[in-house]
Write a protein that binds this ligand. Sequence first.
Ligand SMILES: Cc1cc2nc3c(=O)[nH]c(=O)nc-3n(C[C@H](O)[C@H](O)[C@H](O)COP(=O)(O)OP(=O)(O)OC[C@H]3O[C@@H](n4cnc5c(N)ncnc54)[C@H](O)[C@@H]3O)c2cc1C
Length: 371
Amino acid sequence: MYSQDIIIVGAGVIGLSTAYTLAKSKIRVSLVDQYLPFRKASWAGAGIIPPGNPCHAKNPVDWLRAKSAQLFPELSSELLQLTGINNGYTVCGGLELTQEFDEMSEQGFQQENINFKRVDAPELHSSFPHISKKFEKAIHFQDMAQIRNPRHLKALTKACISLGVKIYNDCKITGLLRKGEKIIGLDSESGVFTADQFIITTGCWSGIFLKQEQIDVNIFPIKGQMLLLQSSLKLKEIILNGKMYIVPRRDDLVLVGSTEEDVGFNPSTSSDARDLLFKTACDIIPDIEKAKIIDQWSGLRPASSNGRPLIGKSPFSENLYFATGHFRQGLQTSPATAMVIKSLLLGEKTEFNPGYFMHTTHQDTKSLFQS
Ligand SMILES: Cc1cc2nc3c(=O)[nH]c(=O)nc-3n(C[C@H](O)[C@H](O)[C@H](O)COP(=O)(O)OP(=O)(O)OC[C@H]3O[C@@H](n4cnc5c(N)ncnc54)[C@H](O)[C@@H]3O)c2cc1C
């Protein structure tokens, strides 16, 4: 029997960020994961952090992204100080290629006070000479940033341990143990875990817990594959083209992502995806053809049936919380997600109606922000 104040199930970026945020508030936390660390969606991701301004976010999902963008610089230096691990946070800028400038989206950036600039053909090709001449328009986001996921996870893990968080790896939680309206424990292959409060951050594997709680939201895996290239091109900006992107790191490494595949819990990589990603990169930057492919991997993103993360207290158990279903945005929204869970646990006011993220059905009629 293992006993703590709070047990978090799932040590991806959402679970680790939540554990870290709670431990900083002197709450005793344990973190349980079914695998050894670092090989799930959170490890696999590209670490793109779009800019944002939480004061002007137009809905709670935008607020999560924008608030996180604001929190990352401080979080990164805090982790560096506490652990000596540099998570690679860099404001590198980003270039979004487009066929046409879209006034609606630009109005959104303006309303949120996001710095952006239209770049058209002559400037695009003189300022970003690597980009193929077939692209003629782009939006430049000077405040777009990136982190290196594996390093960020390592730093969070070390920081959690230094703050007293107990981490149990290789331990699969198989179900919730209930008495009346409370969860009294978690069943696992290694015994029962008891605690006062429980938080489920199990990414695409959250279905069994939602089903036990009779929450009618489907969380399911969407595989993303990624390539790692070594290239002598001196690239700086992240380049986005629809759902595909190129993320240059500082050490001649270049990430190319990513596929979206609805193939269940199948993490294998394929030569088709490798060829598609490499071709995509060459279409955007022809000189990348000379780059060497040095790795390929995949991750299972936690998608949710209504396209929003599920964050908050279970409507059916007074001491059970969920933070899952972040799909393509889990990394970039992780610090603010952790903050929301902490506020809910401590009974603090949140900046928006917490019901927005606890959409237990597919309809939502609640007002977005708290008055
Ligand atoms: C290729 C790719 C590129 C991406 N790029 C970006 C990006 O640039 N920016 C961005 O913001 N997001 C990106 N994402 C999305 C992001 O990675 C995910 O949204 C995020 O990692 C989800 O984090 P998580 O902690 O919810 O899930 P996970 O990282 O999957 O963690 C869940 C954890 O729960 C554990 N677990 C599950 N079930 C149990 C159980 N029963 N008992 C014990 N433990 C359990 C698992 O072992 C796992 O470690 C990308 C994803 C992929 C795949």
